[in-house]
Design a protein around this ligand. Structure first.
Ligand SMILES: NC(=O)c1ccc[n+]([C@@H]2O[C@H](COP(=O)([O-])OP(=O)(O)OC[C@H]3O[C@@H](n4cnc5c(N)ncnc54)[C@H](OP(=O)(O)O)[C@@H]3O)[C@@H](O)[C@H]2O)c1
Length: 329
């Protein structure tokens, strides 16, 4: 196949490039050239802006488009319309944030979707509108590629190259050992190694599958406690976990998923516990969790330390919270 990746230079898109090449496909990427690109030389790079300069795609034909950077319906409509006669299939990377109610566990692909509030702009992506806009993007792609769209809805995507610092926080913090502030350990957690997602995406495309699929893992229910125990085992450390409850964390303005990644209070915890029945039936496969932890840790340790991490508690803030927890009435 000749695959066009919209994006392709940062995280998931970059892994999609590797997966496609590994599986013997020809790859072109389309991006603005603002992010540094280290794609292999055999990848064709097309420079343009999907918001106002799709000219480099004119007159081209692709077997499949993989859209890793669609966030607003106007942007997605533009590329889907431009490519509807130029590509056989369109993979849209959506998100589990499309779910209308993040609370219930076990939601499948037919669950109700979030709607954009009447007073919100369809062109402005915020934490509040992200999910509803992704749902509108899904709809826009289906209109232009009827019956030829594969929508994948990942939860947290993790692994090497992840710029978000979310999953990465845990191996990094566990490795530092000592007293480690953690949210309720019995909570279910789901995530998917970007490399597994990329490989699965390509296999689904090769099989000409269309439809909509949740994209998360692992295969069986995993708790946060089990994840942290595995991090400690893989990294050869023995941190002392100090488990705090939801109420304490919320009272102390700890932001779910931002300050403590993979922690969601009960009214949103369904986002970490969706149904994977369809995904597994369609061949989603997972590398060993230990490999994801070890590779993520090694990648993180190898990159230049940024002044500010994007997610997770600073050690100083963690110490304050540990003191507050120890002295609570
Ligand atoms: N990370 C998660 O946990 C998570 C969870 C659920 C869903 N998702 C979804 O997964 C996708 C992941 O994205 P990623 O960052 O890993 O993808 P990526 O493809 O590695 O990076 C984004 C790419 O889009 C390009 N780009 C941005 N704006 C553009 C424009 N106007 N025109 C052309 N190219 C443009 C960027 O390059 P230039 O800057 O050079 O243009 C870059 O190559 C997103 O759709 C996200 O909603 C992520």
């Amino acid at each position: 196949m000749h695959v066009l990746v919209l994006g392709g230079t940062i995280f998931l898109g970059r892994h999609v490039v590797d997966a496609a090449l590994r599986r013997g496909h020809r790859v072109s990427i389309f991006h603005r050239g603002r992010s540094p690109s280290d794609v292999p030389p055999e990848v064709e790079t097309l420079l343009g802006d999907r918001d106002d300069d799709l000219a480099p795609l004119a007159g081209r034909h692709f077997d499949a488009v993989i859209d890793t950077c669609g966030y607003t319906p106007a942007r997605v409509t533009r590329s889907a319309r431009a490519l509807s006669d130029a590509a056989e299939a369109y993979v849209f990377v959506s998100s589990l944030s499309v779910l209308a109610d993040p609370g219930p566990a076990g939601q499948d692909e037919s669950a109700p979707l979030a709607e954009l509030p009447a007073d919100a702009s369809p062109d402005v992506v915020t934490g509040e509108t992200y999910g509803a806009l992704k749902a509108l993007c899904e709809k826009a792609v289906r209109e232009h590629f009827p019956g030829r769209v594969l929508v994948l809805r990942p939860g947290l995507i993790v692994g090497p190259r992840d710029p978000s610092d979310r999953f990465t926080y845990w191996p990094r913090r566990v490795a530092q050992a000592g007293d480690l502030l953690v949210p309720p350990l019995s909570q279910a957690v789901q995530f998917l190694d970007a490399r597994d997602l990329a490989d699965w995406m390509l296999r689904l495309l090769e099989a000409r599958l269309s439809g909509t699929l949740n994209a998360a893992g692992p295969r069986r229910r995993l708790t946060l406690g089990e994840l942290l125990a595995r991090c400690a085992e893989v990294l050869g450390v023995a941190p002392h976990l100090v488990e705090c409850d939801d109420g304490f964390l919320l009272e102390h303005a700890v932001r779910p998923f931002v300050d403590l990644p993979l922690w969601l209070p009960p009214d949103a915890a369904g986002l970490l516990d969706v149904s994977l029945v369809e995904a597994l039936a369609c061949g989603l496969a997972f590398r060993d969790l230990g490999e994801t932890i070890a590779d993520t840790y090694a990648w993180d340790a190898s990159r230049p330390r940024e002044s500010e991490v994007r997610a997770g508690l600073t050690l100083e803030r963690e110490r304050e919270l540990l003191a507050a927890w120890a002295s609570r009435g």
